[in-house]
Each structure stands twice: as C-alpha cells, then as structure tokens.
Design a protein around this ligand. Structure first.
Ligand code: PAF
Length: 281
C-alpha cells in the first residue's frame, strides 16, 4: 500500500490499473479511521480489484464555527488500518492540492440539503458534493462506498450521481456500532467519559422508534415525541433535531409510509453526534 499526496500520482496509478482491465473502488474519508470506515474498505476490497481510500479533512464542508482545526487526525494509524484491510492507495492531499489558488467552481444542490443537518450546517453539503465530485474525477472509480450513518449525505450523493450522469455505482453500507449501541464516529473522541455514557441514549432512541413502528404506530409525531422525551431525559444531551423525512425528498412526513429516514443530531458537550434508522413501510 502506498500513500500518495498528489492528484497526478493517483491518476497515473489508476490509469495503469484500468489499462490492465482492473476495477477500482473508492472510499472517501476524512481519516481518523474506525471500524465503520473499515467496513467500507472491506466491502470495496471484496467488490473491486483495487481500492483507493482518500483521507482528506475537507475545509470546504466545515462552517466558520465548526471543528475543522480540532478534527482528529492520525495518518499513521489510518495507514495501518488501510494496509491491514487490503487497500492499495491512501490519497492524502494537502488542501492546496485540492483547492488551488483561484478555486471558484462548486457543486451545489437544492432541496435535499435544506433539511436535517443542512439546516444547522448551511455550507456543509455544498462542500461535500464539491469534494466528492473532485475525488470522483481524480480517481474515476467504478464504485464508491459511503456509510448509512451519514444518511442524508448518502441520499445527496446518490442523487448527485443520478442527476449528473456519473458512471459510478454508489454502495451504501450499514452503521457500525460499539458494543453498547453508540454509532462509531471519529467525533466520539470529543466525548468525556460521562458524555460517552450519556450518548448511548441515541441508539436507545433509535431502538424505541423502530419498536414503535414494528408495533404498528404510524403517526410520526407520536414516534418522534417518544424519542425526544427519551433523549431529553438525559441531562447531558442537547437536541439539535430529531426528524422523520421521506428518504427520496428529505421532506418531513406526518405518517410513516414508504421509504422513511428517522434521523437525529444531538450535542454532548463539544461533540455533535448523529444517528438514524431507515425503514420501508
Ligand atoms: O463522510 C465523510 O467523511 C465526508 O463527508 C466525505 C464524504 C469524505 C467528504 O469529505
């Protein structure tokens, strides 16, 4: 496995692979890799001849008061995990390699980003779509892998690929959780031990929502109220949102029917954590 820092080096290697008729999988990440990322890399290694993992903390998707500077980084540990999991390249560019002076082209989307995380993070999805587009153009993968934990991001990327006729298969992969249910996230590192314990309430709320639906409840407000009161009972939890939306449109729903995303973002001290479940009723 090699770590490449420049776009030219990645292009050269991928071109050589394609000349040999090899398929290429891309796992876009911001690094500080955990078992969630590892499951994406594993899937790519299974489904493709070669796998590229990008490790790039993308400044464009952070708002002015967000955690760009403090976002955890550990390239050495990331390289070990990628090597052990069978990746072939880590693409780890500097911000100046991705955004040359004078950079002024963006990929923007209307509709889907105007909900859930997009409401409190207004520049986030423009930054995500732009960088993912650039990574797709640089790596030209056959398949790209994204986690369902960022369900809105996954829906947005699937829509972007469809709308812009990109010839790339997007593979969504399930949420990987700690033994007590907390969804794996690079941002879990921000939690104090008290907050870490409190954060388990998110997966408990997910289970409660799933149970109510399994028991036949179809009124979204009833389900959301039950989940919110469970989370609010935890003194360290500060709810950003708990919402139920149509998975294709990201519009709020009153009745649970069709393909539904139930998503939440909750702050515990410095950490803003997300969790969700998807159901098809
Ligand atoms: O999900 C992430 O880690 C990031 O949003 C992504 C897709 C790597 C783009 O920077």
């Amino acid at each position: 496995m090699v770590i490449l820092k420049t776009i030219d080096e990645v292009r050269k290697q991928v071109k050589a692979w394609k000349k040999e008729g090899l398929s290429v999988g891309l796992v876009p990440t911001m690094g500080y890799l955990h078992e969630g990322h590892q499951s994406l890399i594993q899937k790519s290694v299974e489904q493709n001849d070669r796998t590229v993992v990008s490790v790039f903390v993308n400044p464009m998707q952070f708002g002015p008061n967000e955690d760009l500077e403090s976002y955890p980084r550990d390239l050495e540990a990331d390289a070990k995990l990628c090597q052990e999991t069978g990746a072939d390249i880590i693409f780890n560019p500097e911000p100046s390699e991705m955004y040359e002076e004078g950079f002024c082209s963006f990929v923007n989307m209307t509709g889907l980003p105007d909900a859930l995380c997009g409401l409190t993070r207004p520049v986030h999805f423009k930054g995500v779509c732009t960088v993912v587009n650039k990574l797709f153009n640089i790596v030209t993968p056959d398949r790209a892998y994204f986690g369902q934990k960022d369900a809105q991001q996954l829906a947005i990327i699937m829509r972007m690929v469809k709308d812009l006729n990109m010839d790339i298969e997007i593979v969504g992969c399930p949420i990987i959780r700690e033994a007590d249910g907390l969804a794996k996230s690079s941002r879990n590192i921000y939690l104090t031990s008290e907050e870490r314990q409190a954060a388990v309430v998110l997966s408990k709320a997910v289970k409660e929502g799933q149970k109510l639906i399994a028991d036949g409840e179809r009124n979204a407000k009833v389900i959301l109220d039950a989940m919110k009161s469970m989370i609010s009972a935890e003194p360290l939890a500060d709810i950003d949102y708990v919402e139920m939306v149509n998975m294709d449109t990201m519009k709020s729903i009153d009745t649970v029917e069709g393909y539904v995303l139930c998503a939440m973002a909750v702050r515990f001290g410095k950490a803003r954590l997300i969790d969700n479940f998807i159901c098809n009723v």
